[in-house]
Design a protein around this ligand. Structure first.
Ligand code: AMP
Length: 320
C-alpha cells in the first residue's frame, strides 16, 4: 500500500509564548505548520500558506527535511509573517491571546498550485471559513476533506462556517467550541447537532481528556496519553488533526476501523507535540517512535471483557 499525499492549508506563524513565567519569543508555529509536520511522519504533505520576508530559509528547510512539499508556501516580499502571542494559565489548560498580527496573512487567498489540485486528502486548517471555501473551489474530487475551526470564526463568521460544514467530510473541533457552535451542552447532543450541519464524521477534542469520534452511528472514545511533563500545549489540536489525516492518507481508506486508529495516531502525535516548546519535539519524531506510542495507547485503554473473564473461569473449573 502506498501512502497518498495530503494537502494542508492554514496559518504559518511565529508564536510568542508565555509559559510558567518564561517567554519563548517568535518560535515557529501556525495551524498548518503543526498539522504538516505531524502528517509528514505518516504521509507526504503539501503545505499551502503564506509567510513574510522575515521567514527564515532554515525553517523552510526544516519542513522540507520532513518531506513537506513547500511549493504552495507563498512568500510575501513586502510583508511580515503572521504573529500570535499567548499567555498560558499555570495549569496550561487555558490561555489568553495577547496579540494577533495577521501581517501577510491579512490579504491571503490560498492558491493551490495546479499540480497539487488532485491531492486526495485535504486538511482545511484553522483559517477564515471563506478561505476554506476558496480551497474547496480549487481542489478536484478529494477523497476526504477535514476541517478545523475556532471560536473566533464561530462568533464572527457563522454563515460562512455553515457553508464550509455542508461541504466537508470531517469536522475536528474542541469541546468548548462545539458547545458554542451548537448551543448544546452534553457531548452526544453536541455531536448529533454537528452531524446535522453536514459532516458525516465529527471528532470532538477534549484536551487532556482525549477525543471522541462520532461516525456511522458509532462512538469511539480515545484517551489522551499521560505525558510526564506538558511543556507547551500550543498546536496540539492542529497536530492531532494532521496526525489523524496522515494516518488515513497512509492507509488510503476511510473505513470506521481506520478512523479509530487515526484518532489514536492523532492523539499520539499530539502527545509528542506538548512535550516540547513549539515544534521542537514534533520535528524530530520518527515513524517508529509514533508507532511505539500508538502501541502504548492500546495498552492504556485495553481491558478484558466480562465474557472473557467468565470464559476463563469456566476453563479453570472444567475437569482436566
Ligand atoms: P492550537 O493550540 O492547536 O489552537 O493552535 C495554535 C496555533 O494556531 C498557533 O501556532 C498560532 O500561530 C495559530 N493561530 C492562533 N490564532 C490564529 C488565527 N486567528 N488564525 C490562524 N491561526 C492562528
Amino acid at each position: 500500500m502506498t501512502a497518498q499525499p495530503m494537502l494542508v492549508v492554514g496559518s504559518v506563524a511565529f508564536d510568542t509564548l508565555h509559559i510558567h513565567g518564561k517567554t519563548h519569543a517568535r518560535v515557529l508555529g501556525g495551524s498548518a505548520t503543526f498539522a504538516s509536520v505531524a502528517g509528514s511522519v505518516l504521509a507526504p504533505v503539501r503545505l499551502v500558506g503564506v509567510v513574510g520576508k522575515d521567514f527564515p530559509d532554515e525553517a523552510v528547510r526544516d519542513l522540507e527535511s520532513r518531506g513537506v512539499d513547500t511549493t504552495g508556501l507563498e512568500r510575501e516580499p513586502n510583508g511580515l509573517t503572521f504573529h500570535w502571542e499567548g499567555r498560558y494559565a499555570d495549569d496550561l489548560a487555558s490561555r489568553t491571546s495577547l496579540c494577533t498580527e495577521l501581517n501577510a496573512f491579512a490579504d491571503f487567498h490560498p492558491k493551490i498550485p495546479a499540480a497539487l489540485r488532485d491531492t486526495p486528502y485535504v486538511m482545511l486548517g484553522n483559517i477564515a471559513p471563506e478561505l476554506q471555501l476558496e480551497v474547496l473551489e480549487q481542489v478536484r474530487a478529494p477523497r476526504l476533506v477535514v476541517a478545523d475551526t475556532m471560536n473566533f470564526w464561530i462568533e464572527g463568521k457563522r454563515d460562512d462556517l455553515a457553508k464550509v460544514l455542508r461541504r466537508v467530510d470531517v469536522l475536528v473541533i474542541n469541546e468548548e467550541e462545539a458547545r458554542a457552535l451548537t448551543s448544546e451542552h452534553h457531548i452526544v447532543p453536541v455531536a448529533r447537532a454537528l452531524l446535522g450541519m453536514g459532516p458525516k464524521i465529527v471528532i470532538v477534542k477534549r484536551g487532556e481528556y482525549g477525543a471522541i469520534l462520532f461516525h456511522d452511528g458509532e462512538i469511539f472514545s480515545a484517551p489522551a496519553y499521560p505525558v510526564h511533563e506538558v511543556k507547551d500545549p500550543t498546536g496540539a489540536g492542529d497536530t492531532f488533526a494532521g496526525g489523524l489525516l496522515g494516518y488515513v492518507a497512509a492507509r488510503d481508506n476511510v473505513r470506521h476501523d481506520t478512523l479509530r486508529r487515526a484518532v489514536i495516531y492523532g492523539s499520539a502525535a499530539a502527545s509528542f507535540c506538548v512535550e516540547g516548546v513549539g515544534l521542537s519535539e514534533l520535528l524530530r519524531v520518527t515513524r517508529p517512535e509514533l508507532d511505539q506510542r500508538f502501541r502504548a495507547f492500546r495498552k492504556l485503554a485495553h481491558f478484558t471483557s466480562e465474557d472473557e473473564v467468565l470464559e476463563e473461569e469456566r476453563e479453570e473449573r472444567a475437569p482436566a
